[in-house]
Design a protein around this ligand. Structure first.
Ligand SMILES: Cc1cc2nc3c(=O)[nH]c(=O)nc-3n(C[C@H](O)[C@H](O)[C@H](O)COP(=O)(O)O)c2cc1C
Length: 246
């Protein structure tokens, strides 16, 4: 099974989301997958011009010639797209959006109706393939992921791919901080690895595994207090200048 795992965080390998992606990829490799990792930050990536030249003027061929051109060709063939992105403004990062816009050339402009909904026609092979999501967010609550999960489910549907689950870590902003301060992240990291293993062996990540990745490691009050102390240490609190400081 061929996976393309795309890290859409501006922090790349040093980010919180990459902690989970690293484990997930380890689990997928151990289960026998072939994995290509892509760091969106490092791509030379033009913005989709939105004039749909890839539909009408040169069908299937993008007007841009950059490192994304070949990547999209490989994505068309990959069994699984693993989209790894922190929550930014409720959804995926600008880097990930920019890349996903470029995948429009894999679709035809023609519409069809599937399960009562319109969508563009895609390759008939796409329905055997999948999309999975890995994400961290800043807020404590799982609900912070809701718009992103809807966005990725919709994207999978547009590409006729099956949605294979979302490996989500709320209050992920605290992950590296917690790691540096002696919290035991092992249960979360082991579950992320299990997610990679399950996706390859079973085609889907189990709810038990996803719940283990989401498990709270501290209370909401402890989280707020820990993060506020960390923020104040970093920025200093200047009344009248720092938002939230009185
Ligand atoms: C520009 C920006 C927007 C963000 N928007 C949200 C948001 O809407 N909701 C949220 O819970 N966290 C938000 N965050 C916090 C990140 O999701 C969180 O810090 C995440 O763990 C960062 O992952 P990374 O280290 O892999 O980049 C935002 C962070 C940035 C930089």
């Amino acid at each position: 099974m061929k996976i393309i795992a795309i890290d859409g965080s501006p922090h790349g390998d040093s980010g919180n989301t990459a902690l989970l992606l690293e484990e997930f990829v380890g689990g997928a490799l151990a289960a026998g997958a072939e994995v290509e990792r892509v760091c969106a930050r490092d791509l030379d990536m033009e913005i989709c011009c939105s004039r749909m030249h890839c539909w009408y003027r040169t069908p299937g061929v993008c007007i841009h010639k950059d490192s994304v051109t070949d990547l999209i060709d490989r994505m068309a063939l990959a069994d699984v797209w693993v989209l790894s992105t922190p929550v930014h403004v409720g959804g995926m990062t600008e880097l990930m959006v920019r890349l996903m816009e470029r995948t429009v050339r894999l679709l035809s402009p023609r519409f069809e109706i599937h399960n009562g909904r319109t969508r563009h026609v895609a390759s008939p092979y796409a329905s055997h393939k999948a999309v999975a999501l890995i994400s961290t967010c800043g807020y404590y609550e799982d609900g912070a992921f809701d718009p992103l999960v809807s966005q990725v489910i919709d994207l999978a549907r547009s590409h006729h791919r099956r949605f294979a689950g979302a490996l989500l870590r709320p209050h992920g902003l605290a992950l590296r901080f917690m790691q540096a301060n002696g919290f035991d992240l092992q249960p979360v990291l082991e579950a992320a690895r299990m997610g990679g293993d399950e996706l390859i062996r079973n085609g889907i990540m189990s709810e038990q595994t996803l719940a283990a990745v989401r498990q709270p490691l501290l209370s909401k009050e402890e989280f707020v207090s820990m993060m506020n102390s960390a923020f104040e240490r970093r920025m200093g609190c200047q009344a009248g200048r720092t938002p939230g400081c009185i």
